[in-house]
Design a protein around this ligand. Structure first.
Ligand SMILES: Nc1ncnc2c1ncn2[C@@H]1O[C@H](COP(=O)(O)OS(=O)(=O)O)[C@@H](OP(=O)(O)O)[C@H]1O
Ligand SMILES: Nc1ncnc2c1ncn2[C@@H]1O[C@H](COP(=O)(O)OP(=O)(O)O)[C@@H](O)[C@H]1O
Length: 199
């Protein structure tokens, strides 16, 4: 491979300095689950609660990523791999800024989620599996996408004709067929408190 002639320029203000100002650690809360499982709904409500606790957050989801940075990507496996790679790198920058970053992407492949985890220091990557059966997601169909899939208008749809690999060892599992949004949020906030993420 050709040498790239790049030099890392070390700053004088470090992540722990930024965290000191914010009075909490940076981390990524990585939501994964089928379309309609509840990733967006829970992350939006969680962010509101964290804001109330004076936590500096930022949420990455389809609206600000697939419409902008990743507008060139579709839903073929390789596009999903690249989607998650870029989101992982962006999340790393946000966490380096000391921000509690919430990501809400299907992120269907275990290997890609593991790769993203490897970008972070121990404890900075918190994987949250938003669990709901395909049947439940299809019954909810909040955007009418499953209906379109069944009519043959969308292909390569996760859970139908594109795979979803459920996490083997997520830090948190919320079951949205059994837990309400409020219960899921409470569970995640509880995890953050018990594990020292919040001041
Ligand atoms: N083919 C196909 N498969 C899955 N999802 C589809 C597809 N086409 C469009 N959509 C809409 O795009 C959202 C998923 O984008 P992601 O970036 O989260 O997907 S991935 O992580 O790259 O797999 C997903 O959003 P959520 O419903 O919030 O999960 C859908 O609204
Ligand atoms: N316990 C629950 N947790 C999260 N969402 C739920 C729950 N019960 C029902 N829903 C509904 O399911 C849908 C989930 O959609 P959304 O949050 O967009 O999912 P995703 O981001 O995973 O595609 C919403 O219409 C939401 O109101």
């Amino acid at each position: 491979m050709e040498e790239n002639h790049l030099t890392w320029h070390e700053g004088k203000v470090m992540k722990h300095d930024r965290e000191k100002i914010k009075k909490h650690k940076g981390a990524v809360l990585w939501f994964t689950g089928l379309s309609g499982s509840g990733k967006s709904t829970i992350s939006v409500e969680l962010e509101k609660v964290l804001y109330g606790l004076n936590v500096h957050t930022y949420r990455l989801d389809g609206d600000n990523v697939r419409h902008g940075l990743n507008r060139d990507l579709g839903f073929a496996d390789q596009d999903r791999v690249e989607n998650i790679r870029r989101i992982g790198e962006v999340s790393r920058l946000f966490v380096d800024a000391g921000i509690v970053t919430l990501t809400a992407f299907i992120s269907p492949f275990q290997r890609d989620r593991d790769m993203v985890r490897s970008l972070f220091q121990d404890g900075e990557f918190i994987e949250i599996y938003v669990k709901a059966s395909l049947e439940a997601c299809e019954a909810r169909d909040p955007k009418g996408l499953y209906k379109k899939v069944r009519k043959g208008e969308i292909s390569q749809f996760t859970g139908i004709d594109s795979p979803y690999e459920a996490p083997a060892s997520a830090q948190i599992v919320v079951d949205t067929e059994k837990q309400t949004v409020e219960e899921a949020v409470e569970m995640i906030v509880g995890y953050l408190k018990v594990n020292g993420y919040l001041a």
